[in-house]
Design a protein around this ligand. Structure first.
Ligand code: NI
Length: 142
């Protein structure tokens, strides 16, 4: 006889968030010429902007009372609290972390992961995907 119990009670809920930021790619370990060679137009002295999309995957057991992995409102509050620190900001100039860390997509997603992992305790954070443009994205998973 088949058991009614599912094989796995663990699921992942994904939700997409947006934020817009300006930044400039520049390394103080490189000369102006080297910076321009590596980062090209992303090294533009006055910066440039992106409309970022962030896909967040949260995992957990399905709550038998609600039938949900996590309440969407809780997810919104935690992610938006973090994205508010970046939204409509010049990352290099206004976000302390990126005053000393180059604001590449790789470093932005690392920052987002570390911060969200503090908010979503018990290893609830499972997946992040950061779209920088329509053609490129960065990914992290547990
Ligand atoms: Ni850029």
């Amino acid at each position: 006889m088949l058991s009614k119990k599912p094989i796995m009670n663990r699921t992942v809920l994904y939700k997409i968030f947006e934020f817009s930021s300006a930044h400039r790619l520049s390394s103080d370990k490189l000369t102006s010429e080297e910076n321009w060679d590596i980062y090209d137009k992303c090294n533009n002295i006055n910066g440039h902007g992106h409309d970022y999309y962030l896909e967040v995957g949260i995992t957990g057991d399905i709550d038998p009372e609600t039938g949900m992995t996590i309440e969407l409102e809780e997810m919104d509050i935690k992610v938006n609290a973090l994205l508010q620190q970046l939204n409509y900001k010049h990352l290099n100039k206004e976000v302390p972390y990126f005053k000393t860390t180059i604001s590449t997509g790789e470093n932005i997603i690392q920052f987002l992961w570390n911060e969200l992992d503090k908010s979503f305790t018990n290893q609830q954070l499972y997946y992040l995907k950061l779209w920088e443009t329509n053609n490129n994205y960065f990914e992290l998973k547990r």
